[in-house]
Design a protein around this ligand. Structure first.
Ligand code: ATP
Ligand code: ZN
Length: 226
């Protein structure tokens, strides 16, 4: 795995909601992946591609820092990392090559079932727990609402019951998790899907050739899934 090889490096989620469908996409595109569990890097046998398997949160940074050439990640994670990097004056450039047909979810604000909620202004002065503080902050600013944001990496949905927050801002797909925790979805602040991103300034001819081979195949698979 050397920095100067022209093998294309693609960052994907190691295990989680995006990993199976990312794998399936590669397979549908004709990549023969030598996948032994627990390995950080999987080599593609029939193309000059290496698949890097990491936490989804690390994927935007790996691409923005140019350590990986492509990545598959949820727009929610991508946008959160972009906002944070803009704030920190860190590199946050990338191109979106394709919006994918999986990983759909929404980032929503939810309050306790019995809470009085009249709209975003009801959140004023409240404490909201989330894994997406930058996206939530942007929304609150747009709404002109001042609230306190508590950043939790996990177990966000239990925060109200635990007395840690009045509301949460978390990813929802069916709403079953919210309901199971006595919560009610009141605002959708961001709609997300998985996207394929590329680092800026890919100039290696061999890498460009692989990307140009891959893209029509990905489009075809996405169209077939529609
Ligand atoms: P990792 O261990 O890689 O950090 P994670 O627990 O942060 O994993 P997952 O729960 O596997 O992440 O979700 C990965 C992505 O899947 C989310 O960022 C989001 O884009 C998408 N997703 C789709 N539906 C949902 C959902 N119902 N809940 C959470 N994420 C969802
Ligand atoms: Zn994660």
């Amino acid at each position: 795995f050397n920095q100067h090889s022209s093998r294309l490096r693609i960052a994907t989620q190691k295990s989680g909601r995006l990993s199976q469908e990312s794998q399936a996409l590669f397979t549908s595109c004709g990549l023969k992946i030598n996948l032994r569990e627990q390995r950080l890097i999987a080599h593609v046998e029939n193309m000059d591609i290496d698949i890097l398997r990491v936490r989804d949160d690390d994927i935007p940074g790996l691409v923005m820092d140019g350590v990986c050439d492509l990545g598959i990640v949820g727009e929610n994670v991508l946008e959160e990392e972009s906002l944070q990097r803009q704030l920190d004056n860190e590199p946050c450039d990338y191109d979106i090559l394709s919006r994918l047909s999986f990983g759909g979810c929404r980032l929503s604000i939810a309050v306790q079932q019995e809470a009085d909620y009249q709209g975003p202004t009801s959140l004023a002065g409240k404490t909201i727990a989330t894994t997406y503080p930058r996206l939530l902050n942007r929304y609150l600013k747009q709404q002109g609402v001042q609230a306190r944001i508590v950043n939790l990496k996990g177990s966000v949905e239990v925060a109200p019951r635990a007395g840690l927050a009045d509301a949460i801002c978390d990813l929802v797909s069916t709403g079953a998790t919210l309901e199971a925790n006595g919560l009610r979805e009141v605002e959708v602040i961001y709609r997300s899907k998985a996207v394929l991103i590329q680092r800026k300034n890919v100039s290696d001819a061999a890498q460009l050739k692989i990307i140009n081979t891959l893209m029509p195949r990905i489009s075809a698979v996405m169209q077939a899934n529609e």
